[in-house]
Design a protein around this ligand. Structure first.
Ligand code: COA
Length: 314
């Protein structure tokens, strides 16, 4: 049995092709001003021929390097993705093979809450002693399921990957996690295919999603602090799912957290679904904002709806 699961390495990767708001306004009826003011997004990345696995491999290797862990030392790989490369096998097994690991590997699908679900699952493996070193990756090629003619969704989403290595530890790590799902919201946010092997695109009731995201995430953030006997002042960083700056700032305001304690990276990559939290985390770790020993509140919501939070000491 391990006392805690602790993050010992982070990594991320964005594919090189940049699509700016101005680029989008050449093909759909929108503008940089509209997108920036309604979402905070300035640009997103789009894969050309890279797969979800390709992005995951680079993010994973970066996290393993920071952790100082060889792939052969991993006990488990969990890949959170909404855009697996194939119906089967799990993209996680392709990732396992590509990085040269020799451990069980599975995909976890919980859309934009995927990383929080995967990290919580990994924590359970570590705390029971079933695993000691776990690689958790969020990787997405959402551009493959975006209708680039639909201005309601095309402006929001992007491709990318983020990863963490978790280790069993006596030192404080993840302190609390909580997950929720409510499948009655299917039609609010879904991919509109009718058969599993038929191409579909993201369709979304944007306003409804916005309101539910703010209300669910702010009460969850408050409950998470309360469960850890913490005040908002004691929190060092919020690392939220990077969907919309207005959702992020509304949640921060409701829990009395100033925006200078919130990691925001969505201007550079848009909503990368399961990749967005580990991407934001890695960027802020590598630029020196997030320091060892600081407290982090991770939270995300996505299609389903599914949502969840994690409070951890880094
Ligand atoms: N460019 C310009 N105008 C646009 C537009 C775009 N890309 N998309 C919509 N509009 C128009 C609408 O047609 C509407 O016009 P009308 O007033 O003439 O009817 C107007 O802008 C307002 O549309 P509305 O949908 O009410 O805007 P909004 O303020 O709710 O912003 C979203 C739309 C999608 C940005 C916002 O609802 C949102 O971010 N929701 C959450 C989405 C999300 O995060 N999903 C993922 C969750 S994991």
């Amino acid at each position: 049995m391990n006392k805690f699961a602790r993050i010992i390495g982070t990594g991320s990767y964005l594919p090189p092709m940049v699509v700016t708001n101005d680029d989008l306004s050449k093909t759909i009826d929108t503008s940089d001003e509209w997108i920036t003011s309604r979402t905070g997004i300035k640009e997103r990345r789009r894969v050309t021929d890279e797969s979800t696995c390709d992005l995951a491999v680079i993010a994973a290797n970066n996290a393993l390097d920071m952790a100082g862990i060889a792939p052969s030392e991993l006990d488990l790989i969990i890949l959170a993705t909404t855009t697996p490369d194939k119906i089967f096998p799990a993209t996680a097994t392709m990732l396992q093979n590509a990085i040269g690991a020799n451990c069980p590997a599975f995909d976890l699908q919980s859309v934009c809450a995927g990383f929080v679900f995967a990290l919580t699952t990994a924590e359970q493996y570590i705390k029971t002693g079933a695993a000691n070193k776990v690689l958790v990756v969020g990787s997405e090629t959402l551009s493959r399921i975006v209708d680039w003619n639909d201005r309601a969704t095309a402006i929001l989403f992007g491709d990318g990957a983020g990863a963490v290595v978790l280790s069993g530890s006596e030192e404080t790590g993840i302190l609390h996690s909580k997950l929720f799902s409510d499948g009655s919201y299917l039609s609010s946010l879904q991919v509109n295919n009718t058969r599993i092997n038929e191409t579909g695109f993201i369709e979304m009731a944007g306003n409804e999603v916005f309101k539910i995201a703010v209300s669910r995430l702010s009460s969850l953030a408050q409950d998470t602090l309360t469960a850890c006997n913490m005040t908002a002042e004691e929190l060092d960083w919020m690392v939220p799912h990077q969907a919309n700056i207005r959702i992020i700032s509304a949640v921060a305001k409701r829990i009395n957290t100033p925006m200078d304690k919130v990691i925001v990276t969505l201007d550079k990559h848009g909503n990368t679904s399961a990749a967005s939290i580990p991407l934001a985390l890695d960027i802020a770790v590598r630029d020196g904002r997030i320091q060892k020993g600081q407290s982090l509140l991770l939270e995300g919501i996505g299609g389903g709806f599914s949502w969840g939070s994690i409070l951890a000491k880094f």
